[in-house]
Structures are given as C-alpha cells and as structure tokens.
Design a protein around this ligand. Structure first.
Ligand code: HEC
Ligand code: HEC
Ligand code: HEC
Ligand code: HEC
Length: 212
C-alpha cells in the first residue's frame, strides 16, 4: 500500500486532482490489481502501465511507460477512398501504448521487463492487429484537414456542435494527433462507458469532431 501511494504521488498529481469526479481507475477494467496477478504481489494499480524509474522511452511520447510494447506486430491500418487524411502509417505514440495490451500479442502482466504469466487480453478487449475495421488513428487532425473534409470541426476553432464545447487539447496529442486516447479516458475519470472522454449518448462523442 505504501508503495502505491508513493508511486501515485510521483506520477499522479493531475490524476489525483481529476479523481474528484465519481469514477476512477479502481474497479474499472484497467484495475488489474486482483490476486491472480502473479507479477504484482503488492496489488499496485499503476505498475502495469507506469513506473517511476527505468521507464521504456522507445514509444516516444510515453508517460514513464512500463508495459512491454508490441515490437513484432505489423498492423493493417484503416483505409478508404474518402479519407482526406490519406494513407495512414503504423500506429504510433499513445495508441502504441494501448495496443501493447489491446492487440492481443503481449501478456497483460508483461511489465518492467518481465515476461508475464497471465496471457494476453480476452476477446472483449482484443482489437487484433487488423485495425482496418477500426476508427482511423495516428494521423494529424489539423485545420487544413477540417477544411479539406468540409464536415469536420476546426480543431483550432472555438465552437463545435456541442453547445460551445471545443475539441479540447486533451483529445489531441503532440502534433495534433488523433489517437485511441482522443476518444478514451484510460484512467476512467470521466466515467462515461466504455472509458470515454465524452458522453456518447446521441453520438455526442462523434459530434465533438464530426459536423454532421
Ligand atoms: C492500463 C494502463 C494504465 C494504467 C493502469 C494507468 N495509466 Fe496512466 N496513462 C496511461 C496511458 C496510455 C497514458 C497516456 C495517454 C493519456 O494521457 O491519455 C497515461 C498517462 C498518464 C499520465 C500523464 C497524463 C495525465 O493524465 O496526466 C499520468 C500522470 C498518469 N498516467 C498517472 C497514472 C497513475 C498515477 C496511475 C495509477 C493510479 C495510472 N496512471 C494508471 C495508461 C495507464
Ligand atoms: C496493461 C494492459 C492495458 C493497457 C496498456 C491498456 N488497456 Fe484497455 N483494457 C485492458 C484490459 C485487461 C481490459 C478488459 C478487457 C476485457 O473486458 O476482456 C481493458 C478494457 C478497455 C476498454 C473497455 C472498457 C469497458 O468498460 O468495457 C477500453 C475502452 C480500453 N481498455 C481502452 C484502452 C485505451 C484507449 C488504452 C490506451 C490509452 C488502453 N486501453 C490501454 C488492458 C489494458
Ligand atoms: C473515434 C473514437 C474512438 C477511437 C479513436 C477509439 N475508440 Fe475504442 N471505442 C469508441 C467507442 C465510442 C466505443 C464504444 C462502442 C460501442 O459501445 O459500441 C469504443 C469501444 C472500445 C472498446 C470496448 C470493446 C469494443 O470493441 O467495443 C475497446 C477495448 C476499445 N474501444 C479500445 C480502443 C483502442 C485500443 C483504440 C486505439 C487502437 C480505440 N479504442 C480507439 C471510440 C473510439
Ligand atoms: C477527436 C475527433 C474525432 C472523434 C471524437 C471521432 N472522429 Fe471520426 N474521424 C475524425 C477525423 C479527423 C477523421 C478523418 C477524416 C478524413 O480524413 O477524411 C475521422 C474519420 C472517420 C470516419 C472515416 C471517414 C472516411 O472517409 O473513411 C468515420 C466513418 C468516422 N470518423 C466516424 C466516427 C464516429 C462514428 C465517431 C464516434 C464513435 C467518431 N468518428 C468520432 C475525428 C474524430
């Protein structure tokens, strides 16, 4: 317990403030601290994904990353003739962090350099390495793209379809990138199922960006 608190203090000032909302990572699907976790005798919450020291920096924009990254998978990416963003590259940055569990190729408790005993993610969370049937990720969502598309809100503009809400900076990452975490809140602080940043009732999440 002591170690968990110390880890949280080091990593999580923002997280602790944000957890004033009703939901949290505890007891969410990202709370993997149950007793069956052979590699985690202290039932730590953050350890599967973060470490205060000796983090893996190879994914670039990765917050003190601790989970073993997919190195061998080659992903089939989304493509369509109407996609103004053009041909997409391999998933990068934040999405690569998610896919270290969600592509089903790496054990859930493979962290801190350990091999892991638990096996990979169950069918419900397994997106696989074929992402051609998933919303496009890992491309820049810019004003120019919004103009070219004609039915997207300007990510740098003020008002969107949601009563003046903006496409907030937290939805886009360094370079204006659209990633898994543009739609999902990995720490579940917002409490919108399934771990969404914006309530998707009436497709509210979609209408934050798409002007339809
Ligand atoms: C299932 C994996 C996972 C778990 C568990 C997890 N995180 Fe994260 N965390 C991420 C990912 C992925 C990002 C980067 C994406 C983002 O910021 O949305 C991140 C970003 C962060 C950041 C930087 C951005 C921000 O939100 O302020 C902090 C700080 C952080 N996590 C702290 C924590 C703490 C403290 C815990 C444990 C109480 C924790 N995380 C548990 C995956 C996780
Ligand atoms: C350490 C492994 C791990 C990482 C890293 C991770 N997840 Fe998960 N995630 C899980 C597991 C395990 C589940 C539960 C899957 C199941 O139900 O079988 C889950 C479930 C989910 C769910 C479904 C939630 C629900 O309530 O049904 C979403 C959405 C999700 N993850 C998104 C993300 C995103 C986005 C990222 C990166 C920002 C991420 N995850 C990173 C392990 C991880
Ligand atoms: C454009 C927004 C968006 C992006 C980008 C996105 N998701 Fe989701 N995701 C959703 C929504 C909305 C749902 C809920 C779908 C439903 O309820 O039918 C969902 C559901 C899920 C689930 C629950 C199981 C399922 O298949 O429905 C998981 C796991 C998940 N997402 C992981 C990810 C990961 C990992 C990434 C990046 C590779 C990602 N998501 C990118 C919007 C998004
Ligand atoms: C954070 C902003 C954002 C959110 C939220 C979002 N999208 Fe997108 N979506 C985009 C961008 C940007 C593109 C790329 C458009 C392009 O390049 O033509 C895109 C592409 C798409 C495409 C592919 C278009 C094509 O021409 O092939 C579809 C379909 C789509 N989104 C539907 C959805 C749905 C449904 C939701 C809600 C579950 C959603 N989006 C949520 C930003 C977003």
């Amino acid at each position: 317990m002591k170690k968990l608190i110390v880890t949280s203090m080091v990593l999580g000032a923002g997280f602790l403030l944000a957890s004033a909302a009703n939901a949290a990572i505890t007891d969410s699907k990202h709370d993997l601290s149950g007793s069956a976790t052979l590699n985690n005798p202290e039932s730590q919450l953050c350890i599967y994904c973060h470490t205060p020291h000796h983090a893996d920096t190879s994914a670039g924009d990765a917050p003190l990353w601790n989970h073993t990254l997919t190195t061998t998978a080659t992903f089939t990416v989304y493509s369509s003739t109407t996609l103004d963003a053009g041909a997409l590259g391999q998933p990068g940055g934040v999405s690569k962090l998610c896919l270290s569990c969600h592509d089903g190729t790496v054990a859930l408790d493979a962290f801190g350099g350990m091999a892991g005993n638990l096996g990979s993610i169950g069918a419900d969370g397994d997106l696989g390495i074929n992402l051609s049937d998933d919303h496009p990720i890992s491309f820049a969502y810019t004003s120019a793209l919004a103009t070219a598309d004609g039915e997207l809100y300007d990510p740098d503009g003020a008002g969107t379809g949601l009563g003046g809400d903006t496409i907030t900076a937290t939805m886009l990452f360094t370079g204006g990138l659209l990633e898994c975490a543009s739609c999902h809140d990995v720490h579940n602080n917002t409490g919108f199922d399934p771990m969404l940043l914006v309530d998707n009732t009436g497709s509210g999440l979609c209408l934050t960006c798409h002007n339809k």
